[in-house]
Design a protein around this ligand. Structure first.
Ligand code: GDP
Length: 295
């Protein structure tokens, strides 16, 4: 994960580690390299610039140059700032409702249906919840089939209504069905399109308004880099969602989306998807991710 970025940051910081004497010049050079590494990883230009400025201010504030191990302190500052950039603390999801309704949003192909299954499986096995999956994609029968396959795989009931083409009505009926089954979590999978368009946004906004979910999660493919950040912004403007799910982090992603998304939409990344299997889900820990990136 983010091998290239890790390697470049390691190289950038290497010149500071073990240096007997650190000067303002090599700190400045290091920060330039750090910024370059972030830009290469597809981090937004403004964010990369702000990041290195913050690290510089902190380094000056802590008198890095006069400490005993300036290199190590610089690495720590970079790690702390990277953690902060990705969200600081780990944020959970609100399961206080009865049932708790979780609305999934995102583009087609982002991994919504797969993640809906993963989340249901996670809540069932790790949180002893009884989830119901609801299929609200009224355009693609294959999407409904896919959710049924996923449900069967993990032993979770799926609600769908192939005769109905009103996603709001299906979502409402799904919640009612969950109550009748004694389910305490309802995960609503919705229709996505290949790009942001008005119809999709109106539809998801209508569902959101009608069911007032405890959690609205935005699913995005980490491989799409800056596009992921732009799509997040478009969805957040309409839904004011509660959290981001970054999928396909097992792929050859450069990491820009993971690093930029929190500061652009000011919403936490809550989970990551790391594979196609139902078990490939992890709670997102900003500090652990920073550790991984910086080695
Ligand atoms: P949806 O259109 O948003 O519902 O997307 P899907 O759930 O159908 O996922 C699209 C494709 O991405 C499928 O082939 C999934 O198996 C794959 N996929 C989803 N999540 C991940 C992930 O975390 N890692 C990898 N490698 N593939 C994923």
């Amino acid at each position: 994960m983010f091998d290239n970025l890790s390697e470049k940051l390691d190289k950038a910081l290497h010149s500071l580690k073990g240096h007997g004497q650190i000067t303002e010049i090599n700190v400045a050079e290091t920060l330039k390299e750090v910024r370059r590494a972030l830009l290469d990883a597809d981090v937004n230009f403004k964010i990369a610039k702000e990041f290195t400025n913050k690290v510089k201010d902190k380094a000056l504030g802590q008198n890095v140059l006069t400490t005993l191990q300036p290199g190590q302190l610089m690495v720590k500052i970079v790690k702390d700032e990277l953690t902060e950039l990705m969200g600081g603390e780990t944020e959970g999801i609100d399961l206080s409702g009865n049932p708790s309704v979780i609305l999934m949003s995102g583009l087609q192909g982002s991994g919504k249906t797969t993640f809906s299954g993963k989340l249901a499986n996670f809540l069932k096995n790790k949180k002893s919840k009884k989830p119901l999956l609801v299929a609200c994609d009224v355009y693609r029968p294959a999407a409904i089939d896919q959710l049924h396959v996923v449900g069967e795989q993990i032993g979770v009931e799926v609600y769908s209504d192939r005769e109905n083409n009103d996603p709001v009505a299906i979502a409402k009926a799904g919640i009612k069905h969950a109550k009748s089954l004694g389910c305490n979590v309802v995960i609503i999978d919705t229709a996505g399109r290949l790009a942001v368009d008005e119809q999709m946004m109106n539809e998801i906004a209508n569902i959101h308004k009608a069911i007032e979910p405890q959690e609205t999660l935005f699913v995005v493919d980490a491989m799409t880099g800056q596009d992921a950040v732009n799509t997040a912004k478009a969805f957040n403007d309409v839904l004011n969602f509660d959290g981001v799910i970054l999928t396909k982090l097992d792929g050859d992603t450069r990491g820009g989306a993971a690093i930029s998304i929190k500061s652009v939409v000011n919403k936490p990344i809550k989970f990551i998807g790391t594979g196609e299997k139902m078990e490939a889900i992890d709670v997102f820990h900003p500090s652990r991710m920073a550790d991984r990136i910086l080695g």
